[in-house]
Design a binder for this molecule. Structure first.
Ligand SMILES: Cc1cc2nc3c(=O)[nH]c(=O)nc-3n(C[C@H](O)[C@H](O)[C@H](O)COP(=O)(O)OP(=O)(O)OC[C@H]3O[C@@H](n4cnc5c(N)ncnc54)[C@H](O)[C@@H]3O)c2cc1C
Length: 392
């Protein structure tokens, strides 16, 4: 490991989550000398995730791999009065994976095309110098300085790297949804569907979920609220009468918790010699808190752009802006629209949520939110004030 940290690189990627492993894979695959630095002892651990990923087929990853636990056929939205609304379509189909194995798989795939990987190695500082950055890394108590032309900050929600270079600001923290989750055996599931519970007071400004995961299920909840811990909300949720039948034979086998940045992406994700990707850039669905697909997609773009920059020997902000243009073109509008929906959902009380569930009682093949809004307003004109912005 030590010799790896004594070398010089074209690209140093900080963080071996899905964003970092995809970025390093595409940089190395295109012949660029790449180092992936991970502070944890084991890549993929501790797990902080409900592990559901849509559109995994896009990434050319064999889905026969041992990390796939369940195929998700669709979902049910469950209202406070217990009403279930089935949703199907591209937004709800996907896979639940074993992230411990999945994250390792992605990192190993990257190593196979040439990425050097340093675990138990924490990036603690960056110093600009004429050719790029000197990256200060602590590995087993010893300090190393690694020179690189480009840094890709994929160090997750609490990204210190983005802060070090002024692309994120401590004074203006991201809006964070606090999550807690039990993986449980013995949960009575609804076929191959995930369930999402919008229950107002039980999960303030968030929602609760049950995702099938092979022999087990992830049962969790996210809240934007500081008055109580997410685990306390979760324990209350588990006691809710609506879950009595589903959980009567359930036993927790693992507890997971963490935060998801749901306030929308940061505006600037690029500067000279640096790009910020994944949770570090707030590339997370504000509505669902899902970030793996976005981290993988944006990480892939960052890796490709880094390799082009190395070939051109131009590491300037102007060249790296291709990354920002590409990810924004693909995702920015959707993320900002989801942010609007999330802000509306947070204002609705349980009665309003019941009305919406009533209105969208049909099976939804592919969610057309505008159609739903028109139906909701027809049934409950008092809700118009919330949706005015969206329908114009
Ligand atoms: C409870 C919970 C449930 C979730 N459920 C889902 C879900 O079902 N589906 C979904 O799509 N998303 C879900 N998410 C969100 C998802 O986990 C993230 O969006 C995703 O992991 C982001 O990937 P990333 O690579 O950007 O960051 P991470 O996966 O957070 O990876 C960042 C890596 O950087 C490392 N690191 C940090 N700082 C340093 C440093 N200074 N030096 C070296 N290494 C460093 C970390 O150890 C970590 O390995 C959930 C999140 C939580 C908390």
């Amino acid at each position: 490991m030590r010799w790896i940290l004594k070398d010089e690189y074209d690209v140093v990627v900080v963080g071996a989550g899905p964003a970092g492993s995809m970025a390093s894979y595409y940089a190395s695959k295109n012949g660029v000398k790449t180092l992936l630095v991970e502070k944890s002892q084991e890549i993929g651990e501790p797990v902080r995730c409900a592990e559901a990923i849509p559109k995994l087929e896009e990434f050319n990853i064999p889905l026969s791999e041992e990390f796939v636990r369940s195929y998700i056929k669709g979902g049910y939205l469950i209202a406070p009065n217990g009403k279930k609304v089935e949703i199907r379509g591209s937004k709800t189909e996907g896979y639940v994976v074993e992230r411990k194995i999945f994250d390792k798989y992605l990192a190993i795939r990257s190593a196979k095309v040439g990425t050097k990987i340093a675990v138990k190695s924490r990036v603690v500082d960056l110093y600009p110098y004429k050719d790029g950055f000197k990256v200060k890394v602590i590995h087993l108590g010893e300090e190393y300085t690694v020179k690189t032309k480009i840094v890709i900050a994929a160090d997750g929600m609490e990204s210190s790297v983005a802060e070090m270079v002024g692309l994120r600001c401590k004074k203006n923290p991201m809006e964070v949804c606090s999550c807690a989750e039990y993986e449980m055996t013995g949960v009575k599931l609804l076929d191959k569907h995930m369930m999402e519970f919008y229950f107002g007071d039980l999960s303030p400004k968030g929602y609760a979920w049950i995702f099938p995961k092979g022999d087990t299920a992830n049962v969790g909840l996210g809240v934007i609220d500081k008055s109580k811990k997410a685990i306390d909300y979760l324990n209350e949720f588990l006691e809710h009468p609506i879950l009595e039948d589903r959980l009567k034979d359930a036993t927790p086998v693992e507890f997971k918790c963490g935060g998801v940045p749901v306030g929308g992406p940061i505006e600037r994700t690029v500067d000279d010699n640096i790009m910020v990707v994944g949770d570090a850039a707030g590339q997370v669905s504000p509505l669902t808190g899902g970030g793996i697909y976005l981290a993988m997609s944006c990480g892939s773009i960052a890796g490709e752009v880094a390799s082009k920059a190395v070939k051109k020997e131009d590491y300037s902000k102007e060249t790296l802006m291709e990354y920002e243009r590409r990810w924004k073109k693909k995702f920015y509008n959707t993320l900002m629209t989801e942010l609007k929906y999330k802000n509306i959902l947070q204002k609705l009380n349980e009665e309003d949520l019941n009305i919406i569930a009533e209105v969208i009682d049909d099976k939804l093949e592919d969610i057309d939110v505008k159609k739903i809004i028109f139906k909701v307003i027809k049934k409950a004109p008092s809700l118009l004030k919330y949706f005015k912005d969206i329908i114009g």
